[in-house]
Design a protein around this ligand. Structure first.
Ligand code: HEC
Length: 255
């Protein structure tokens, strides 16, 4: 019985941070609110992250899988979502067949910063800024800690390393060359938070990363809840099975 409880505890303790690390410099570790079996998103943090995405990242990176109406997860009302959507413009053809634009609606998705890939590459020294919707899940090991580390991983290159034109040295960039075609994006006070939070670079990097993790896994809280219920059920069932076994054997022993 002890063994069973120990095994169950071990499963519960297995948070993403415990998973095996890969090669490369040790990533910075953030105690995310969404880590572990009981993890939940921090709504205000997600709202700050949205602000960072809109004010800093959206000029180069698309967020193709997030519609404005999904922002209700962040605690926004229908009216607020409508107002956010209204700030964007979308191409449309009018009744006469001419090109025009219309205001965004809650059912629209965040617009693409570039009309196509060629345009995006031409504006970024040949590199393509990836869509950020799934980036905390699609990138390697320990997604959120990787994104956080990458955003803050800019520093002077080691002596003797030549950094190519238009590239920046970043000790966490996973390509192996440590040279990335995105210049450092996050500086202290790069944004002025609507909720008054002090905008240190660590705060900004955490907020945008948490927001991107929500974008990649909006159902994380429901999944955690379901996982816990399954675990609890299994535990109770195991105890019942054990007691039943004891009872049956006790009766057999008496004979
Ligand atoms: C001026 C344009 C520009 C802005 C603004 C920008 N990026 Fe980038 N980003 C790029 C480019 C270009 C790349 C591709 C880099 C490469 O492949 O070398 C990139 C790559 C990335 C990657 C992928 C890294 C990897 O391991 O492949 C992430 C994550 C990322 N950006 C996050 C962000 C976030 C978060 C913001 C806002 C805080 C942001 N970017 C703002 C241009 C930009």
């Amino acid at each position: 019985m002890k063994k069973i409880i120990l095994a169950a505890a071990a499963v519960l303790a297995l948070s993403p941070a415990v998973r095996a690390a890969e090669v490369g410099p040790e990533l910075m570790q953030v105690p995310w609110s969404f880590d572990g079996a009981f993890g939940k998103f921090d709504r205000l943090q997600l709202q700050r992250g949205l602000q960072v995405y809109r004010e800093v990242c959206a000029s180069c990176h698309s967020l193709n899988y997030v519609a404005f109406r999904n922002l209700s997860d962040l605690g926004y009302s229908e009216g607020q979502i409508k107002a956010i959507a209204n700030e964007y413009e979308y191409p449309e053809i009018d009744d006469e067949g001419s090109d025009t634009t219309r205001k965004g609606k809650p059912s629209d998705y965040f617009p693409n910063p570039y009309p196509n890939e060629k345009f995006a590459r031409a504006s970024n020294n040949g590199a393509l800024p990836p869509d950020l919707s799934l980036v905390t899940k699609s990138r390697h090991r320990d997604g959120p800690n990787y994104i956080y580390s990458l955003l803050l991983g800019y520093e002077d290159p080691p002596a003797g390393m030549e950094v190519l034109e238009g590239m920046s040295y970043n000790k966490f960039f996973s390509s192996g060359s440590f040279q990335i075609a995105m210049v450092k994006q996050i500086e202290p006070d790069k944004v002025t938070y609507a909720d008054g939070t002090a905008a240190t670079q660590e705060q900004i990097a955490q907020d945008i990363t948490a927001f991107l993790h929500w974008a990649a896994e909006p159902k994380l809280e429901a999944r955690h809840g379901a996982g816990l219920r399954v675990m609890l059920y299994t535990l109770i069932f195991t105890v019942l099975a054990y007691l039943l076994k004891k009872r049956i054997w006790a009766r057999l022993d008496q004979k």
